[in-house]
Design a binder for this molecule. Structure first.
Ligand SMILES: Cc1cc2nc3c(=O)[nH]c(=O)nc-3n(C[C@H](O)[C@H](O)[C@H](O)COP(=O)(O)O)c2cc1C
Ligand code: SF4
Length: 437
């Protein structure tokens, strides 16, 4: 499937990236019409009107699941309890680095989005949970928050209204599982970062047992653009019915021009992104595989990339868009070693609550380890390959959170699409260690 080339796209974030001075409040006010929408929303719109606009925009969550934002906010009950908007800045899915760009260069878009979202759900204290490794970004974000407090955009009587809103940054300590929304909430509360049993969902009982919306950085930073353009116009930036606006894509691996790119949702195929934006596969080599949505996404082989890059088209070909992190593998990539690396990550990051995930990930790592490192001493066996698929099949869909699926999907898809490479290893035919992975 191909998408008409040169479809005009309005880029919301990308033109403001890369220049340090752009993160300052003056820039946001002068060049991005900053905080005008927050003022308008607080003074002229009811919470339901804000939610309706976001629904019209077809703004899907950018954190991985693609859940409609307006709908998520409408689930927050109008009860007499504190409500929380918690921003997921954990950005822990391997390959993903788009939220970092927003925090570095357009932090005020995130803060304005928090003001608008807080009005929509009745939140007076919002938390930003940021991954521990983003020490510099946490500092930059705090500077932007301080600027907003100093101008009266945060705190009491914000923007000259009766509203109160505080924002607190909470730094994580390096656990992937704290990106999962309920693991995040436990960690925020000072508990172990272990996912919770759902239901109850965070909308009903989230942070401190109160109604909570957990949203990704990009999702919330996009909201001021929705309000500026109007939901209908924003929706039209997307070329797929259910996906409005633009998407920030983290493109990495064996391409000539890796980076964070912004495209209209569903406006390009995976091939167009790799070739037109990424400048094609590096060093004049051929494409071997693409992991299209962060390391959790099942792998696609080189002949499967003529697919529109958005949620449903990718689901149709058996993979997912996830956090929109595309990782490109050239024809020298050792897929067996790459899978070992990915599986090692999930085994390490499993929180250990569910038996299939805790035990299964460890076993998959051990088996892959002996396939890669002991092909010549009889420890690796041909039956290991099917055993891997069997173990993965017993993890997917049987765990408390989606980390189990994230670990199983790559194993199943790598073996399905690159089985001869696994067979060559167990036969002891892989003489030369290939560099990548
Ligand atoms: C293991 C795991 C890790 C996750 N990591 C992140 C993350 O780093 N950032 C993020 O925004 N969402 C992450 N998610 C998704 C969140 O649980 C949640 O769906 C998201 O924050 C909701 O925001 P959105 O609706 O704006 O997309 C993760 C999910 C799982 C299962
Ligand atoms: S699936 Fe894995 S990471 Fe998720 S709760 Fe279970 S053991 Fe923890």
């Amino acid at each position: 499937m191909s998408v008409e080339a040169n479809t005009p796209v309005t880029k919301l974030f990308e033109p403001h990236f890369w220049k340090d001075s752009n993160r300052k409040l003056e820039y946001y006010l002068d060049k991005m019409d900053g905080y005008k929408m927050a003022k308008k929303v607080l003074t002229e719109m009811t919470p339901d009107q804000v939610i309706d606009e976001v629904k019209k925009a077809n703004l899907r969550g950018r954190g991985g699941a693609g859940f409609p934002m307006g709908m998520k906010w409408s689930f927050i009950p109008k009860v007499d309890k504190p409500k929380y908007l918690v921003i997921n800045a954990d950005e822990s899915e391997p390959g993903t680095c788009k939220d970092r760009q927003i925090i570095r260069y357009t932090p005020h878009a995130l803060i304005e989005g928090i003001i608008i979202g807080s009005h929509a759900i009745g939140c007076k204290h919002s938390y930003i949970y940021i991954r521990g490794e983003y020490a510099r970004e946490a500092k930059l974000l705090q500077e932007a928050i301080d600027e907003a407090y100093a101008k009266g955009y945060l705190g009491q009587n914000i923007l000259g209204t009766q509203n109160t809103l505080d924002i607190t940054i909470h730094r994580g300590a390096g656990a992937y599982i704290c990106g999962e929304e309920t693991g995040l909430l436990n960690s925020l509360e000072g508990k172990r970062g272990e996912p919770r049993v759902k239901p109850p969902f965070p909308a009903v009982s989230g942070a401190f047992a109160c109604p909570t919306a957990v949203n990704n950085v990009e999702s919330v930073a996009t909201v001021p653009f929705v309000m500026r353009m109007g939901g209908d116009n924003f929706a039209k930036l997307g070329k797929i019915d259910k996906s409005g606006g633009t998407r920030l894509i983290s493109l990495s691996g064996h391409v000539n021009k890796p980076g964070v790119y912004e495209i209209g949702a569903g406006s390009m195929t995976l091939r167009q992104i790799i070739e037109d934006l990424g400048g094609g596969v590096w060093k004049g080599r051929k494409l071997k595989a693409v992991v299209p949505g962060g390391s959790s996404a099942p792998v696609l082989s080189a002949d499967e990339i003529d697919v529109v890059y958005d949620v449903e088209p990718l689901q149709k070909v058996g993979t997912m868009m996830g956090s929109a992190a595309i990782m490109v593998c050239d024809d020298t990539t050792d897929m067996v070693k790459l899978l070992l690396r990915v599986t090692k990550f999930y085994a390490h990051e499993s929180c250990g609550q569910c038996t299939p995930c805790r035990e299964g990930c460890q076993w998959m790592e051990s088996i892959l380890h002996r396939i890669v490192h002991h092909p010549h001493d009889g420890k690796a066996k041909p039956s290991d390959i099917d055993m891997l698929t069997d173990i993965a099949g017993n993890i997917g869909g049987k765990t408390l959170c989606a980390l189990g699926d994230a670990a199983a999907g790559p194993v199943i898809s790598f073996i399905k699409k690159f089985r001869p490479e696994f067979e060559a290893y167990v036969r002891g035919d892989v003489k030369e260690r290939v560099r990548h992975a």
